[in-house]
Design a protein around this ligand. Structure first.
Ligand SMILES: [Zn+2]
Length: 286
């Protein structure tokens, strides 16, 4: 099993106050010293956010976990993702995978920054980028965003996200939708982890004696390891999101599994320790 990180963006994004629903200045200050400079930029007060995919090669398949934000897509209410023009596909090719070689795209959830490269523009139409891939997603997650796209009160950007990134792969018969979980290649298990979105999942990898958890957006920033009760202001169901976060941190602490989220700054992955009911993060994981 080989795992590569395919970067789309890395840099300052939101402030902690703007990102976290339960933000407290006093609590955050206790952690600033270890968050700076890789996860927090003191001079601007912004958190550092990465946008990346994880590229996996098993002995049988080439698999992409999430597909970032995508190029040339109008996102009128979300400036960070509006009309991007990044070198994501070149980075993927440099990592040794042509788009047509991807066998499966595993979708942790269907947010704007996780499904973007499912499609690209060709002669004015959105067509699947990974044309030989099956896109594996939760049926609950799909149906939630499909219904949102048809609701007149939904933000235009969210309608676009479903209509130009998800619908084309659905219409082309390129999806596998699951209800309670999914297994792939005897080493990957898709596990429901709701909260950030209704059908959010994490992906547990077991390869020889090593285990890894690709946790999607259960955590956005390492400060949510000690402050695991902090939810984001996005569409979180706070109770479910906290439970999913506590579950994944407990699992990593007990099993020694490497935590590989989608938005942590360098080094982008961590091990978790638990002591007296509190969690801490260790970046010296090699
Ligand atoms: Zn995200």
């Amino acid at each position: 099993m080989q795992v590569s990180r395919i970067e789309e963006m890395l840099g300052p994004a939101l402030t902690a106050k703007n990102l976290f629903r339960e933000y407290s200045e006093a609590e955050f200050k206790k952690h600033e010293h270890w968050l700076a400079p890789n996860f927090y930029q003191p001079e601007t007060g912004k958190l550092i956010a990465s946008n990346h995919s994880w590229l996996l090669r098993t002995d049988r398949h080439v698999i992409l976990i999430d597909s970032c934000s995508g190029n040339h897509k109008p996102r009128p209410e979300m400036a960070r993702y509006d009309m991007l023009n990044t070198r994501y596909l070149d980075t993927l090719k440099t990592a040794g995978a042509q788009p047509e070689e991807i066998d499966f795209v595993l979708c942790t959830h269907l947010h704007v920054d996780h499904v973007g490269w499912n499609t690209q523009i060709e002669n004015g139409r959105w067509v699947p980028t990974f044309r030989n891939a099956k896109h594996i997603m939760s049926r609950l997650e799909h149906d939630f965003w499909c219904a949102k796209a048809q609701d007149p009160s939904t933000l235009q950007t969210l309608k676009y996200v479903y209509n130009d990134r998800v619908l084309p792969v659905v219409e082309n018969g390129m999806t596998i939708m699951f209800d309670n979980g999914y297994s792939l290649d005897d080493c990957l298990t898709v596990v429901p982890a709701p909260g950030h979105t209704p059908g959010h999942v994490r992906i547990d990898l077991r390869s020889k004696e090593q285990s890894t958890v690709f946790c999607g957006d259960i955590l956005h920033n390492p400060v949510q390891v000690p402050l695991w009760h902090w939810n984001t202001v996005f569409f979180d169901n706070p109770t479910q999101a906290k439970q999913s976060r506590h579950d994944v941190l407990s699992l990593c602490a007990e099993s020694g599994a490497l935590l590989m989220p989608m938005h942590f700054g360098q080094p982008h992955a961590a091990r978790i320790k638990s002591k007296y009911g509190t969690f801490s993060v260790n970046f010296n994981y090699q």
